[in-house]
Design a protein around this ligand. Structure first.
Ligand SMILES: [Zn+2]
Length: 429
């Protein structure tokens, strides 16, 4: 199985000081001794690199698991490690509604709370909030009602930063205004507001960095340096890092002139990386990414937000300079019985699989394909067994993680073009 071997080095449960300890800079070193992102190889706009986070390294390009509510649906964190996942992305909107960012801070942060103990991202919450029906947008922020119980909330750039610091992911996204419109003027207005909000996010992020970031709701800031030494065996094979990191989010929708303007604005700011967000069409994605990633500074990582359900998005994203991807699509489709194979997606509930005793995908080494037949999966789905969703999610998540890993390997071996061509021609016929 493709994996990063991290399952052997999981932190023991209940050790709440680990995340904190990881942030102290060792004696005799400076923060600058530990670069956040290193590039090992370039191939046009594409690159192979490593993002170094306080909770471990991410070899890029990489597919990041969508752990919206601090869990990847139907999967345990051990299963996520075993299927080869390197990082997870949780959603600030969902986590402030339940269980609340204070509680996650109390638990020791997202990695400790969820028992993932590896690299973590949080989305700002903007995408979900601006998709709600009754959201009210002002220059200050967004007012909305909880979809769970109707409670009223207001999220501002500052509150999003504070909530993300409490949640404690390694990489945070700036709070952006998502606009869904065909109008250039609407998108331009949303982009300019996103830029003004980015400035406020950066200011707040720096305040939090100075305060040590955590314990915002308790007696006062504590420094990472006061935490106990992290045991060697609990490390993820990299040096301890001192900070949490902020990505600016490039907006502009389907308009490449706005994308270019947004990329220039974000590039000029003191941030650690970039999310590429908002709504765009799959057809125009290559041109949009070419525009944006030719402008963004090369030495900082780029995350393509919410993309990766279709394998072609991973190829195009990597080819045009994106380093990480996340998408709820693979596990959502899995729960509905729509499963990836190298010959395209199949619906396992289809009657023709009732007596098909072959593995779902013979050349896949995930737990599902190594042990179970299509007939068995078909039976589990038809009888609505919970295990159906578990096995299907293991396979689909393993599939996208593995395809992205193989893209990385093909870039290293100078075989990307051949791999892309053979994969896509077989998958999409
Ligand atoms: Zn499989």
């Amino acid at each position: 199985m493709l994996g990063n071997g991290k399952s052997d080095t999981m932190c023991p449960k209940g050790h709440k000081d680990l995340a904190r300890a990881a942030r102290s800079v060792p004696e005799g070193h400076a923060v600058s001794d530990f670069p956040f992102f290193t590039i090992n190889k370039r191939c046009g706009l594409a690159r192979v690199g490593v993002i170094h986070t306080p909770h471990g390294d991410i070899k890029t390009p990489a597919f990041v698991g969508a752990a919206t509510r601090a869990t990847v649906k139907a999967l345990t964190m051990r299963q996520m490690r075993e299927l080869g996942s390197q990082a997870i992305l949780a959603n600030t909107y969902h986590l402030i509604l339940a269980p609340g960012s204070d509680l996650i801070e109390q638990a020791g942060g997202l990695a400790e709370f969820s028992s993932w103990h590896g690299p973590t991202f949080t989305d700002s919450g903007g995408f979900q909030i601006f998709s709600l029906p009754d959201v009210k947008i002002t220059e200050n922020g967004a007012k909305f009602k909880s979809h769970i119980n109707g409670d009223k909330f207001e999220m501002t750039p500052e509150s999003s930063m504070r909530d993300q610091w409490k949640i404690g992911a390694d990489i945070h996204m700036a709070f952006d205004q998502l606009a869904k419109s065909d109008s250039h003027a609407d998108m331009e207005a949303a982009m300019h507001r996103t830029h003004r909000w980015l400035d406020r996010c950066i200011t707040e992020h720096k305040v939090l960095l100075g305060a040590g970031g955590r314990n915002l709701s308790s007696e006062g800031p504590k420094t990472w340096a006061s935490a106990p030494e992290r045991p060697e065996e609990d490390r993820f094979g990299q040096d301890p890092r001192p900070e949490q990191y902020l990505y600016a989010v490039v907006q502009g929708g389907i308009f490449n002139d706005l994308r270019a303007e947004s990329a220039r604005y974000c590039a000029s700011k003191d941030v650690d990386g970039f999310g590429i967000g908002g709504v765009f069409t799959a057809d125009g994605m290559d041109e949009m990414l070419k525009t944006v990633n030719s402008i963004l500074p090369e030495n900082k990582p780029r995350h393509l937000l919410g993309m990766g359900q279709e394998p072609i998005d991973l190829f195009v994203g990597a080819e045009y300079g994106c380093d990480t991807f996340d998408c709820v699509g693979p596990t959502r489709m899995a729960r509905n019985g729509s499963l990836y194979t190298y010959d395209g997606r199949i619906n396992i509930k289809n009657a023709k699989y009732k007596t098909d005793f072959s593995p779902l995908m013979p050349d896949c080494d995930c737990e599902c394909c190594k042990n179970y037949s299509r007939a068995y999966l078909h039976h589990l789905f038809k009888t609505d067994e919970i295990t159906a969703k578990v096995l299907a999610s293991i396979h689909n998540e393993h599939f996208v993680v593995t395809v992205t890993d193989n893209i990385r390997k093909s870039l290293l071996n100078d075989t990307f073009e051949e791999y892309k061509k053979s994969f896509l021609s077989r998958y999409y016929k």
